[in-house]
Design a protein around this ligand. Structure first.
Ligand code: DON
Length: 302
């Protein structure tokens, strides 16, 4: 496996120069595009890493997996009264469906859906972003994980589109708390800085029937892990979910920081990262790396 990740690291770097670093959050525009990392965490606790796999980057929408997991732990299936379970067929920050669908977002992995989920957590926890940061630390076994204050401030300064969604949903009665407080919690989670190694370990509970290896405990029920994986499979890569399913065939979640976490149920997690994105907001080199891994491992994944 170490040989395989080393080889993928070499080959994925050939994609440098393709795609563009996200610039709609100015702090992300400063990222070095010529970075690539990959980490595999097997269910028996082995970690294989290559390239820049220990560099912390902005997790961005990968945080939506933590938000969803924690919210489902509190609200179980009643969460689905607030947010749907189907692909949107729209960009992740689109507003158009929200008006027609009376403020109920299509799924928890588009921005509007994650903002609703963040609202649920604001109702449940005194300081949801600290809670999520602490959970990320315990899940990854890395106590030094931080919320990047510069990214958070940059997201806050450029929040107009997310704020528009939140106010529209509030007008439809689908946000209970103060909009600024909900947005601040949502941005704080997106601004978590974690490495490929951190994320592969932290999200391994999705590959291991809900068992979190760094915590040494059952973090969520096995059937909940299976359900979260299903939503990742259908909605985790936005408009490109179908392409990615065809090319890689694994539940995955991307973020505009350039990270992608992929789950191989029953076996391992893989996190790949490279900041330059395609037109859907998914990392070019990270997608390619996961495709190479899937091709190489073939039916060993199944
Ligand atoms: O709210 C936003 O737009 C960002 N904090 C997160 C977007 C994101 O990562 C979408 N993913 N591809």
């Amino acid at each position: 496996m170490q040989q395989l990740v080393d080889e993928i690291n070499e080959r994925a770097r050939a994609k440098f120069g393709t795609g563009r670093v996200a610039d709609y959050i100015p702090a992300l525009a400063e990222q070095n595009a010529n970075k690539f990392g990959i980490a595999v965490c097997t269910n028996d606790g082995q970690v294989y890493a290559a390239g820049d796999a220990r560099d912390a980057f902005s997790v961005q929408s990968i945080a939506k997996v933590f938000l969803l997991t924690l919210s489902l732990r509190v609200y179980q299936d009643t969460l689905w009264e607030r947010v749907g379970l189907n692909p949107s067929g729209m960009p992740f920050n689109s507003l158009t469906q929200l008006e027609a669908e009376r403020g109920k977002p299509r799924n928890p992995f588009i921005n509007a859906g994650a903002i609703v989920v963040a609202d649920r957590l604001v109702s449940a926890f005194a300081t949801p972003s600290k809670h999520i940061r602490d959970v990320a630390r315990r899940l990854s076994g890395n106590e030094s994980i931080l919320i990047d204050a510069r990214v958070l401030e940059s997201e806050w300064q450029h929040r107009s589109r997310n704020a528009a969604m939140a106010y529209l949903m509030k007008a439809f009665g689908n946000i209970d708390n103060d909009v600024d407080q909900v947005l601040h919690s949502y941005f704080s989670c997106c601004s978590l800085a974690m490495s490929c190694v951190d994320l592969a370990i932290a999200l391994n509970y999705l590959a291991a029937d809900g068992h979190a290896q760094a915590m040494g405990e059952q973090f969520i029920a096995a059937d909940l892990a299976r359900r979260i994986n299903s939503i990742m499979f259908t909605c985790g890569m936005y408009d490109a979910a179908g392409d990615f399913a065809y090319r890689v065939g694994l539940p995955a979640k991307s973020g505009v920081g350039g990270g992608i976490i992929a789950i191989v149920p029953g076996k391992m997690t893989v996190c790949a990262w490279s900041p330059a994105l395609d037109e859907n907001g998914n990392s070019v080199a990270a997608q390619y790396a996961l495709e190479l891994l899937a091709n190489e491992m073939g039916c060993e994944f199944g």
